[in-house]
Design a protein around this ligand. Sequence first.
Ligand SMILES: C[S@@+](CC[C@H](N)C(=O)[O-])C[C@H]1O[C@@H](n2cnc3c(N)ncnc32)[C@H](O)[C@@H]1O
Length: 282
Amino acid sequence: MNYRHAFHAGNSADVVKHSLLIALVRALQLKESALTLIDTHAGCGLYDLGGDEAGRTGEAAQGVLRAFADTNPLLNDYRAAVEAVNGGLAVSVGAEPRLYPGSPQFLAQLLRPQDLLILNEKHPEDAYTLRGTMRGTPAAVHERDAYELWLALLPPRSPRGVVVVDPPYEQTDERARITTTLPAAHRKWAHGVTVIWYPLKDRATHVRWKEQLRRLGIPKLLCVEHWLYDGDQPDIYNGAGLFIVNPPYAFTQALPPLLEALRAALAPEGHRGQIAADWLGD
Ligand SMILES: C[S@@+](CC[C@H](N)C(=O)[O-])C[C@H]1O[C@@H](n2cnc3c(N)ncnc32)[C@H](O)[C@@H]1O
């Protein structure tokens, strides 16, 4: 396990993933009944954008800093969540965030008294940091294998909720583990919402995996794809996306303008980029 999210925190993929997570949970919270939120690959929970790791890649400049330079009100919820971990920093004066919240912090900010948050991180150092970061919140922190925990915790006590699966894809069998675990999880919790993040590197690998997931026959499987460049760039990161099982109706209705706001805010110099959401299942 070599991957450390501190090198990538606040990059363009984080902006899309975290913006959509906020919109998704808010859509589910239109109903009063309790939610269980499970984050299987939680990371550290909070990152220093001025630190050595983030400084070495500079990825936040193409992500969260672009979102803060943008004025589209559809990104206000996302910016407000980042501001919250920066002591309420004022975007209006053009301030740049120094700290970046990971998915556990975004989710914790959304919790209502009736909701539960369960976090999991296998890397011992990151799990230790995560426990410290989440102290004072109601989150429970586990240090287990994500795929074992994903199945073991389903179905949760509340009938409604979300599982967020956000692996680093450093293992060659990561996609295969998801392809195997997802249908088993769906059998245990058919109405639960599942969000699976993935990177877009070469198009052929992505198209092949998408077809394998489509063949699982899971109804209501949405695929969000964000291609950063106007043509495929060989051997580099081309963007990222989310597979979402059972997205709530209010979320899918609000998605097109939010995706367009994200595309426009994150388009690299000289590129328009492309972002789209399509159903894979029925
Ligand atoms: C992409 S990062 C997570 C980022 C986080 N979800 C966020 O949005 O802020 C992936 C994390 O998964 C952890 N990880 C890798 N393999 C794992 C496994 N099999 N089980 C649990 N955690 C794992 C890594 O240590 C890393 O911290």
